[in-house]
Design a binder for this molecule. Structure first.
Ligand code: 8DG
Length: 138
């Protein structure tokens, strides 16, 4: 039986602004926006994995703040878990898997083309921050 793959992602905040990252690969996801992160490796804790992924992908050291309640299905066998975080050192830049990063103020949250599977997670991130979750297109 195949194991469930946990993908961990960061909702990085700078004040009220949330960081979105545009994927450059694989082809079917390229151009769409996501919360940066990656797969938890065998023997690694989800939080260690997230700190590692954000260092590799964005060149930043982060402090994780809180787990956003819930988890969201991605492709079959994959689930997404999200933590809010803030940058301790570095300025996020796209080093791996992404070709652009953007800080989004509350009114700009839905101005990027999020991966469909990320939309409920982003909505929950906003709710956990006490921001009225205006739906995409709303
Ligand atoms: N990081 C991340 N991945 C997501 C999100 N939404 C979503 O469907 N995915 C998918 C894309 C990938 O198929 C998978 C995560 O893999 P990844 O490629 O980011 O992870 P990784 O760095 O550990 O992978 P790898 O390149 O080492 O294989 O989950 C999201 O918000 N963040």
């Amino acid at each position: 039986m195949s194991e469930r793959v946990v993908v961990v992602a960061g909702a990085l905040y700078d004040g009220e602004r949330l960081l979105a990252a545009r994927r450059s690969a694989p082809a079917e996801l390229a151009g769409r926006w996501e919360l940066p992160g990656g797969k938890v490796e065998r023997g690694e804790s989800p939080t260690d994995a997230l700190v590692r992924e954000l260092r590799e992908e964005l060149g930043v050291d982060v402090a994780l703040l809180a787990r956003v309640p819930g988890e969201w299905p991605l492709k079959p066998g994959y689930v997404l878990q999200v933590w809010t975080a803030r940058v301790l050192t570095g300025e996020p830049r796209p080093l791996e898997d992404h070709d652009e990063v953007r800080w989004l103020g509350p009114a700009e949250t839905w101005s990027v083309d999020w991966l469909e599977q990320d939309v409920p997670a982003v909505r929950e991130v906003l709710r956990s921050r006490g921001i009225q979750p205006v739906p995409p297109g709303g």
